[in-house]
Design a protein around this ligand. Structure first.
Ligand code: GLU
Length: 305
């Protein structure tokens, strides 16, 4: 496996040249576009890593899956899905258009920004800081460690530039989908997106999802099976932005990407995978990460779709 990961990394690395590091959040622009890390955790808890798999980056949209799992755990499935749908959109992650035009007048799914902001608004806690800290503790509980960090430069950078997310959030308020203060809810969302992880962390959480909520490293249940399954189903249909259909065809496994350059993927009963490559394609997915996952899918026969 180690040799395979090194080989896949070498083959996928040139794909980064076709991508571009995100800069709409200014603090993301300083990432090294050539970085590429790949990690795999198998169903027995064995861990393999190649390249920049231990380099930290902000989790960004991958947090939407974890926030969904967290709020489903804390508040129940109905609390989420009475306010957010389960359907893909085919629109970019930060699109606002369907909030007004769709008959349901609620976000299509929890993995686009509009749906994720509604989910952030459901997190328990007494203040944005407390909610953000509890979410961070939840991520730590999945990873089995208490030192999960937040990248405060990224947090501050997004908070001071997020005009589009503010527009979305105010629209959600108008629709009656945000109970609390709009700026407070956005603050929780920015905090969750700035949680700092590496590719190995993503592979570890992917491995928990692959076993429907059982951690193969600690050999115990850390998420309800239903929660893990809901997350994986939405990852298949909505996890790779408006490239989710193409990813299902090319790679064929549940996955979620973030504009920090990470992708978390999971293969039922077999593997969790994490990749990091901050040069993104035009849809916001890691260019080299996609190439690496497509190759791994072929070589390890990962396709479950
Ligand atoms: N914090 C980012 C935003 O809301 C997350 C986007 C992403 O990773 O897709 O724009």
């Amino acid at each position: 496996m180690q040799e395979l990961l090194e080989r896949v990394r070498a083959a996928a690395a040139p794909a980064a040249l076709c991508g571009k590091v995100a800069d709409y959040i200014p603090a993301l622009a300083s990432a090294d576009p050539a970085a590429l890390g790949i990690a795999v955790v198998d169903a027995e808890g064995n861990e393999y890593a190649a390249g920049d798999a231990r380099r930290r980056f902000s989790i960004q949209s991958i947090s939407k899956v974890l926030a969904l799992a967290y709020v489903m755990t804390e508040r129940g499935e109905e609390a989420v899905f009475s306010r957010v749908g389960k359907e893909p959109t085919g629109d970019p992650f930060n699109s606002i258009i369907r909030l007004e035009t769709s008959a349901g007048r609620k976000p299509f799914n929890p993995l686009i920004n509009a749906g994720a902001i509604v989910v952030s608004g459901l997190m328990p806690g007494s203040s944005p800081l407390d909610k953000g800290e509890r979410f961070r503790a939840f991520v730590g509980s999945l990873l089995g460690r208490g030192d999960v960090a937040r990248d405060d430069a990224v947090y501050g950078s997004e908070k001071s530039t997020a005009a589009r997310n503010r527009s979305i959030a105010w629209f959600l308020k108008e629709l009656g989908l945000l109970p609390g203060d709009v700026e407070d809810t956005l603050d929780v969302y920015f905090r969750q997106c700035a949680v700092s992880v590496d590719a190995v962390d993503l592979a570890r959480i992917g491995a928990i999802l692959c076993l429907d909520g059982v951690d193969p490293v600690r050999r115990g249940r850390v998420l309800a099976a239903r929660t893990a399954r809901v997350c994986k189903s939405l990852m298949v249909t909505c996890g790779m932005y408006d490239g989710s259909g193409e990813f299902a065809v090319d790679v064929g496994i549940p996955a979620k990407s973030g504009v920090g350059g990470g992708i978390m993927a999971t293969v039922r009963d077999r593997f969790g995978l994490g990749v990091y490559g901050p040069a993104l394609d035009e849809r916001g997915n890691s260019a080299a990460g996609l190439a690496a996952l497509a190759r791994l899918s072929d070589e390890l026969d990962l396709r479950v779709l």
